[in-house]
Design a protein around this ligand. Structure first.
Ligand SMILES: Nc1ncnc2c1ncn2[C@@H]1O[C@H](COP(=O)(O)OP(=O)(O)O)[C@@H](O)[C@H]1O
Ligand SMILES: [Mg+2]
Length: 268
């Protein structure tokens, strides 16, 4: 509790804070004994910021994201989401998008997006309206009646984003959402995500393996060490917005990507 109180008091003049993590560590008690997965993680994400997390495979990125989503409890430490702990999933506060779109194959795109609203018995008309708005937002006007098998990989991820945003949470967490897409679709989706982000003013925490994607999207990149994952570098990405594809060819972009790469190489 003391730690939580300190966290609230520690809020700075840099604007409102969406996510605050302090002293977070996690040890899995697995079949092969104890696995220290995360160690002394501290991070602050300002409201409306786009923060990207990179780090070697198995360093605890997904574990951290699950904790931010209230899907898993850390062994130690505190998480505040908009000033309050998040002991269990709350899609009105935090939306989540995973690598696999994990849509229900027997539901149309529209019904997949409506699903979280149906779970909490929202009136039918409101469900329809909000899901339609979200499908419009992600560029899927007119595709609500399609079933997942009738959609491309990129379109399925658009549906997953629409579903993550349908309850209008201030925070969106994304775990390698575009990793399974071909490179061209991936670039388009990154660009689309920035458009959606700037239209909706969400706070985004985004995990990726792609350093190009990290630099292209982020306000700030957090680099994690190999397991147990610690944050070993925080790199501000001062490229102007809106971001454009041309920026990728600039020296600044290359230097930023290089710095992240050097950190990851030594972290592994
Ligand atoms: N439920 C679990 N039980 C035991 N160990 C786990 C569990 N989930 C993840 N781990 C281990 O914790 C470490 C971090 O996993 P994860 O968070 O998925 O890393 P990342 O997303 O960075 O690849 C890995 O070594 C993984 O094997
Ligand atoms: Mg992972």
């Amino acid at each position: 509790m003391q730690r939580l109180a300190n966290l609230s008091a520690a809020r700075t003049d840099a604007g409102p804070t969406a996510i605050e993590v302090a002293g977070l560590s996690h040890v899995y008690d697995g079949r092969e004994g104890k696995v220290p997965a995360l160690e002394d993680i501290a991070m602050t994400v300002g409201a409306g910021r786009f923060v990207v997390i990179v780090g070697p495979s198995g360093c605890g990125k997904t574990s951290l994201l699950m904790m931010l989503a209230g899907l898993r409890r850390p062994s130690e430490g505190a998480i505040l989401c908009n000033g309050r702990p998040i002991p269990s999933p709350d899609p009105e506060r935090v939306g989540v998008v995973f690598q696999e779109a994990s849509l229900f194959p027997w539901l149309s795109a529209q019904d997949n997006v409506e699903f979280p609203l149906a779970l909490r018995h929202a009136p039918r008309a409101e469900r329809r309206r909000r899901a339609t708005d979200m499908l419009d937002l992600v560029g899927l006007q007119g595709f609500g009646g399609r079933y997942p098998h009738e959609l491309s990989g990129g379109m399925k991820q658009r549906v997953a984003i629409a579903r993550g945003l349908v309850q209008d949470p201030p925070v969106l967490l994304m775990d390698e959402p575009f990793a399974a897409l071909d490179e061209q679709t991936r670039m388009t989706m990154g660009h689309e995500l920035l458009r959606i982000w700037s239209q909706t003013l969400k706070t985004v925490v985004f995990i990726t393996h792609s350093l190009t994607e990290a630099v292209y999207l982020a306000d700030e990149v957090l680099v994690m060490s190999a397991r147990p994952g610690r944050i070993i570098d925080r790199i501000a990405i001062a490229l102007p917005r809106p971001r454009t594809y041309d920026m990728m060819a600039t020296d600044t972009f290359g230097r930023l990507r290089d710095r992240i790469w050097q950190q990851i190489r030594t972290a592994d």
